[in-house]
Design a protein around this ligand. Structure first.
Ligand code: HEC
Ligand code: HEC
Ligand code: HEC
Ligand code: HEC
Ligand code: HEC
Length: 193
């Protein structure tokens, strides 16, 4: 390689390549973050399950399906068995229920798309909030009215801290539960363990 070409490679091509690589990385990183963490993210799910119908109209308790929510860190998404408690009888001729049944019979898990997610370095515990009377609606919005679940609040550090500092501005049923409520922690190690 002659010196001219080497110079050209170092001074012109390398910076251009580096710039393009960084830009591509930044854009894909931002896009995947925005897709998963932004308000309004409401992906289409493998079966058209409606919270509005089940939790709203039929008033099935959130805990019937999200069995971990008052016991552990995660709320948990129900396995197909729970749906089949009713759908081995209810609406068995409908296309979406036939789909459900085929997952059940093949013992195949339904791959629901995850909507709300904090990064792995964050510690969040559902039961610590829910058992103190902090209703789902404060963080997830009015799921009972949602045909398709979407994210309505941001789950940034600022959002957690705003409620920990000023719960009265963020918890809709604050006056009912305040006597039993401590302030949420603000020290780093509470949420980053
Ligand atoms: C009959 C079962 C059932 C009931 C009752 C139910 N859910 Fe769900 N929930 C699901 C299923 C299945 C999913 C995953 C598919 C989806 O997002 O619609 C889900 C998803 C969710 C999600 C999004 C999870 C994620 O990926 O971030 C939230 C939040 C949620 N439910 C809250 C509630 C609340 C609040 C109630 C009560 C008002 C409730 N659910 C009642 C079955 C149920
Ligand atoms: C407590 C009983 C019950 C449970 C549990 C339940 N369902 Fe349902 N579901 C019903 C009933 C009843 C209907 C019909 C309501 C109507 O049409 O008025 C229905 C309707 C539906 C429909 C619409 C069917 C159609 O096209 O008319 C879908 C899809 C559905 N359920 C999916 C699910 C899934 C997925 C789960 C599990 C996450 C689930 N259901 C859990 C009782 C239940
Ligand atoms: C104080 C805020 C807060 C409250 C109250 C809350 N959630 Fe959540 N929820 C979150 C956060 C934050 C995540 C993401 C957690 C993660 O990534 O580990 C989440 C995730 C979820 C998920 C998906 C992941 C999982 O844990 O299985 C479901 C389902 C869910 N919530 C249901 C509920 C239900 C039902 C209630 C009420 C009984 C509720 N949540 C109350 C903040 C809350
Ligand atoms: C709507 C209000 C609200 C939001 C939003 C909220 N919290 Fe809290 N949190 C509280 C309150 C109130 C407590 C104290 C409850 C008690 O013990 O009385 C608490 C307690 C905690 C605790 C101590 C209990 C434990 O699990 O060790 C941690 C950690 C925590 N929150 C993390 C988070 C994180 C992370 C987020 C954001 C993803 C968040 N919280 C969002 C209100 C909130
Ligand atoms: C109430 C819970 C909570 C407390 C307390 C908390 N954090 Fe966080 N932190 C979060 C959450 C949730 C995220 C992820 C969402 C985000 O990036 O905003 C985060 C993200 C971060 C990040 C990554 C920043 C980024 O932009 O990606 C750093 C660094 C961090 N926290 C440091 C700290 C330090 C230092 C403290 C103490 C002064 C602290 N945190 C206290 C909840 C908390």
């Amino acid at each position: 390689m002659n010196k001219h070409l080497l110079d050209y490679n170092l001074k012109v091509r390398l910076p251009v390549i580096a710039f393009v690589a960084i830009a591509v990385f930044a854009i894909t990183y931002y896009a995947s973050y925005a897709e998963r963490n932004s308000i309004g993210y409401a992906p289409e799910q493998p079966v058209k399950f409606s919270h509005k119908l089940h939790a709203g109209t039929m008033q099935v308790d959130c805990k019937y399906c999200h069995t971990g929510v008052d016991k552990s860190r995660t709320a948990s998404i129900p396995a197909v068995d729970i749906c089949m408690n009713c759908h081995s009888l209810a609406r068995i001729d409908r296309p979406e229920i036939l789909k459900l049944k085929s997952y059940f019979e093949q013992n195949k898990p339904l791959e629901w798309k995850r909507i709300h997610k904090t990064p792995d370095f964050v510690y969040f515990n559902h039961s610590a909030h829910v058992n103190k009377g902090i209703d789902c609606v404060n963080c997830h919005g009015d799921v009972k009215q949602m045909e398709v679940v979407g994210q309505v609040n941001s789950f940034t550090m600022g959002a957690c801290l705003t409620c920990h500092r000023k719960p009265e501005t963020k918890i809709v049923n604050y006056s009912d539960i305040k006597n039993n409520l401590k302030k949420g922690p603000e020290n780093c190690s509470a949420c980053h363990r």
